[in-house]
Design a protein around this ligand. Sequence first.
Ligand code: HEC
Length: 410
Amino acid sequence: MGFRKSGSVIRWIQVSILVLSSVSADAAQTPSEEKQAWTARMRMMAELVRSLQVDLADRSTSGEKERNQRLASHAAKLAKIAHEVPEAGLQARAADPDPTLRLLGASLSQEAERASRAFASGHPSYAKHLLNAVTGLCMGCHTQAPGREGSLISEKDATIQGLEPADRARLLAATRRFDAAVGEYREILKTSPARSATWEEALRSALAIEIRVKEDPAAAAALADQAVRSSQAVESGAAASSLKVRAQAWKRGIAEWNAEKPLAESAPAETILKSAEKWAKKGDQAQAYPMDQSGMVAYLRSAGLLHRYLRTRPEGESLAKALALLARVQIPLAELPGAELPQLYYSACVRVAPHTKVARDCYQGYEAEVRAGFTGSAGTDIPEEEMQRLKQLRDLAQPDAGVSSTKKRI
Ligand code: HEC
């Protein structure tokens, strides 16, 4: 198994809580009020995330106690607001019927909640580690689809001027200031050492924005070119050549995308799905090994198309199959800031089409992800709580034994 993010076990616990929960909604607002309520929540979250980023970046010892108290209180507020986002998202379904918005909103809420509890139980460093991941979740949701540029936070804002460029870029990307974020990322690519962690994150984040939000192949190709040039500039060796191989694979992917006739606005759902499947295959062909990044461009295209397909409101097994493919293409994208968690989609897949073949495949994908998440040098050690959830999900996936108390909602 390839490299896994540190903290994947932590995320596991958080994700598992979502697995069998379901959100209900009592729509009592008019569509424009709903949209307003949604936007208002996004704005509140943006303000909170800005203040979190500023406090997280301040590592001085003076005022640390007050800072931690402020972080804890902001994390709790964020958890509360994010908790309401799935509701608001559901009510604003007319605006965006992608059912995965609810999963991501709930996931964000749980992450912030965990951080707030970690502060309360006296583990501030761990809490900060969790909070740092929150902006990734904002970005994950925002980069699912092409969308408009946000207007809330300005790169010239005095409160964020003191941040490191990478933190500022993350904040801008999290609040939908995509143009400003890409500007920061480009600057990082020019000024920080090629192949450093910051440089790699900047490259991947900028590519994800150009491909999924901006849908701009020319800008994406320029980034891939820059990566090829950087691979030549860094000392020769395995790292440089692997970057070059990857960047060349991205360039091929971008060229194919550019040559492709764009799908019409009115393209039928089936056509969108076929295209998503085709790009997933291209990704598989580009990958030399499971966690290789060569297929990134193709997988990003596939994921973007799958989210578009989900907006055509497929149901039952069609929905489950799309979720299964979405989960699969997210696995090699795990290194991307804001990567969506495959296990969220695998479990949703089981729940929307219980007792079917696709549910069983999804259960297997889910279980494999759990095992990978809990496997370390000491072997596989899956906590009892997680084992119970696995069992519940497995029962839901297995052929129906006549007991039919299934939930079909995500
Ligand atoms: C469940 C998915 C989801 C999550 C999670 C999410 N957002 Fe959003 N956000 C959206 C959507 C959808 C829009 C509306 C986009 C549009 O209008 O084109 C939006 C819009 C915004 C805007 C634009 C407001 C404006 O008009 O300038 C801001 C700011 C924002 N979100 C901040 C955040 C922050 C900060 C987080 C993380 C704490 C976050 N969002 C998490 C889906 C999400």
